[in-house]
Design a protein around this ligand. Sequence first.
Ligand SMILES: Cc1ncc(COP(=O)(O)O)c(C=O)c1O
Length: 380
Amino acid sequence: MQFSTKVIHVGQEPEKITGAIIPPIYMTSTYVQETPGKDRGYDYTRAGNPNFSNLEHALSALEEGKYATVFSSGLGAITALLSSLKIGDKVVGTNDIYGGTHRLFDQVFKPFGLHFELIDTQNLLEAEKILKKEPKFIFLESPTNPQLKISNIKEISKLAHKYGVLVVVDNTFASPYFQNPLLLGADIVLHSTTKYISGHSDIIGGAVITNSESLKGKMDFARKAMGINPSPFDVWLISRGIKTLAIRMQRHGENALKIAQYFENNSMVKKVYYPGLPSHHNYEIAKQQMRGFSGMVSVEFDLDLEQIKKVISSFQVFSLAESLGGVESLVDHPASMTHASIPKEKRLENGLTDELVRFSVGIEDIEDLIGDLKQGLSKA
Ligand SMILES: Cc1ncc(COP(=O)(O)O)c(C=O)c1O
């Protein structure tokens, strides 16, 4: 079955009793048992719910994996993964990551005794040096948030497996429409389903997808034991959003490329970050491992901070807001918004400057989007 058919049908079978074309929302906390301990597959919604099973079925099919577990948020999914480690274990990762992931590493799990080392995983020599220290996981974002850095997932997976390290890829930015890390050798795929997967900026959710039965068991256990389950209603909305994932992603990608090209020819822009531009330093690797380049574009403006703030507050179609991946276009200033929890020196050391602005390009008409950028930039 092709991707555009899978998004509409997998995990979305009509309900058996009435024939309802859309599976109902199972808003229930508990399930009646016939005799003590004898249930019909579900005993309590923190542990499982038919809507969770439907979405897990869809996500594992879209990511070409065997198993999925859904969580209350993307950070809930990362929490579940990290909770499977023990005091003293090491995790290495990409040095350009979502600020909330950085905060979870540094301010929650580090005090619990896990060790984190973040490096430039685009550099395979540097990656191998660190993999030799035998961390439990190498945690990649590719493309990264917000600098759209691309790591070579296939080569890193080969190296990691040589040293017995599991490869985790946060695939939130690409979505399974454009990239399937498990097919490139990764062991675990992670999503903030808040973003492209659901696509309408109306829920918070997360998921882990894998081919490992034992890891699936650990993820289900973590959800139940720590209470990081989503609501059946939110999960139902995510399943509904998935139905249009293919056409949304196609349009996000087309619009983002045109916007990246527009910025490349704009004198107020110093640098454009978009893996679909031949000027991107890892364009060739992106082309090999992605089927398209998604809807995120970042730029470094050649303007001072006050001018930047004025410009991004003046847009009328791009809303100034955190998050990404919805049908509506958003603009974000990472240094003061999504990545503000990363200490400034660390942020600058990794190339995340105050002049960097991130655009989540929506699926509106491209003329309106470019018109809005021109209008906003005229305020500088
Ligand atoms: C790449 C990436 N991963 C994970 C997360 C966390 O997801 P959530 O906000 O659903 O907890 C985000 C949130 O912005 C993100 O951008």
